[in-house]
Design a protein around this ligand. Structure first.
Ligand code: NAD
Ligand code: TYD
Length: 368
């Protein structure tokens, strides 16, 4: 069995990925997570007795720790999910984003490079032959990034391709862009077998309720205002987290080192439409709720500064080369997501204490 060093595996996407890897016995997982406000060990509760899941509480920027993990566990791949991930927080306090997303990724890359050199004798792999995919590589650094690095699209612009020039607009997007460029440079300069995936907005179980979809679901359940920024006409592409994790497994098996793969849900929606869809699902699932109709909770609030208007993804490359496509529609994925939040009140309860409450006060107080 392979060994994967997963960073940020207690967060939203990372935990879904780790659970999937263990469920399918794809790899032994060494899970390095700093447990910031977004990291939640409850996400990994199902792995409590799993000897092939090792949790390490630590920072990707801790050079000595990371080097020790490479030496001790000799991973076949690193999957770097660890990041500060919320745009609004990056506007309020950007420094954490530089520290983790840029400096942290740099430290992880440098440690990975030294480890890979020791492991392979420094021999470069054939970088551009499809038959020489990651499955046959001796090591892979898989870096998880975002469509936000490409900037904002106009209504009639074609979707982002892997060749779209970077034009990040928020401190978050800029920090992710910087880390993507470092990964690219480590491949180009040193030959480190590395791949960057850029995905669109994920949603699904275990997402921290600072992001649009879980925030709207939980506010609906509590009968609190559903804040829609600006005119609600901003468009995002939505990807169910399980489909994203399947795509990453495909990239790990067959992706070509040195390449970028866009991963999206084939699903562009206006924010206001997503919020209305969630309200309709809540109305259906909770026929006796005093909050019905949930859409009466919708409130347009002050816009996010620099708010990107539209993101859309062209995923032709991963479909063509790796035979991946999303299996969930927004309708089916949203229903599963709302059902998950309804079925997991303890999880909801635990994240609603502490940091989450403080963030709601800071972020929404001046938008009213
Ligand atoms: P998240 O905020 O839910 O989780 C991030 C995890 O990283 C947390 O568990 C946190 O404790 C951990 N972490 C933060 N700083 C760390 C550090 N210095 N060292 C170790 N661990 C650290 O984020 P997510 O939504 O799961 O996103 C995962 C990755 O996917 C991120 O890199 C993000 O930029 C990218 N991404 C997310 C989305 C999305 O819609 N959620 C879309 C595109 C790309
Ligand atoms: P978010 O979930 O923060 O993801 P991102 O900024 O990475 O795309 O936001 C998704 C969209 O929803 C974005 O256009 C901002 C908007 N939004 C609201 O309208 N209200 C909210 O309370 C939040 C958190 C986001």
């Amino acid at each position: 069995m392979k060994t994967y060093l997963v960073s940020g595996g207690a967060g939203f996407i990372g935990s879904n990925f780790v659970l999937k890897c263990r469920e399918r016995a794809v790899a032994r997982i060494i899970n390095l997570d700093k447990l910031t406000y977004a990291g939640n060990l409850q996400n990994l509760a199902g792995l409590h007795n799993d000897p092939d899941h090792v949790f390490i509480h630590g920072d990707i920027a801790d050079d000595a720790l990371v080097r020790n993990l490479f030496e001790k566990y000799a991973p076949d791949a690193v999957i770097n999910f660890a990041a500060e991930s919320h745009v609004d927080r990056s506007i309020v306090s950007p420094e954490d984003f530089i520290q983790t997303n840029v400096v942290g990724t740099f430290r992880l890359l440098q440690a990975a490079l030294d480890y890979w050199r020791g492991r392979s004798g420094g021999k470069s792999q054939t970088r551009h032959s499809f038959s020489d995919g990651a499955g046959s590589a001796s090591f892979l650094f898989l870096h998880i990034s975002t469509d936000e690095v490409y900037g904002s699209l106009g209504q009639d612009d074609p979707p982002f391709k892997e060749s779209t020039p970077y034009a990040p607009n928020s401190p978050y997007a800029a920090s992710k862009a910087a880390s993507d460029h470092l990964v690219r440079a480590y491949h180009h300069t040193y030959g480190l077998p590395a791949i960057v995936t850029n995905c669109s907005n994920n949603y699904g179980p275990r997402q921290f309720p600072e992001k649009l979809i879980p925030l709207i679901i939980l506010n609906g359940l509590k009968g609190e205002q559903m804040p829609v920024y600006g005119d609600g006409q901003n468009i995002r592409d939505w990807l169910f987290v399980d489909d994203h994790c399947d795509a990453l497994l495909r990239v790990l098996e067959r992706g070509r080192p040195g390449e970028i793969y866009n991963i999206g849900g084939d699903c562009e929606r206006k924010n206001i439409d997503i919020v209305r869809d969630i309200c309709a699902i809540l109305d259906d699932l909770l026929p006796d709720s005093p909050r019905r109709p949930h859409a009466s909770l919708i409130a347009f609030v002050k816009d996010r500064p620099g708010h990107d208007r539209r993101y859309a993804m062209d995923c032709a490359k991963i479909k063509r080369e790796l035979a991946w496509a999303p299996s969930e529609t927004l309708e089916s994925g949203l229903l599963k997501t709302v059902q998950w939040y309804l079925a997991n009140p303890e999880w909801v309860e635990s994240v609603q204490s502490g940091e989450y409450r403080r963030w709601i006060e800071i972020n929404y107080e001046n938008r009213r």
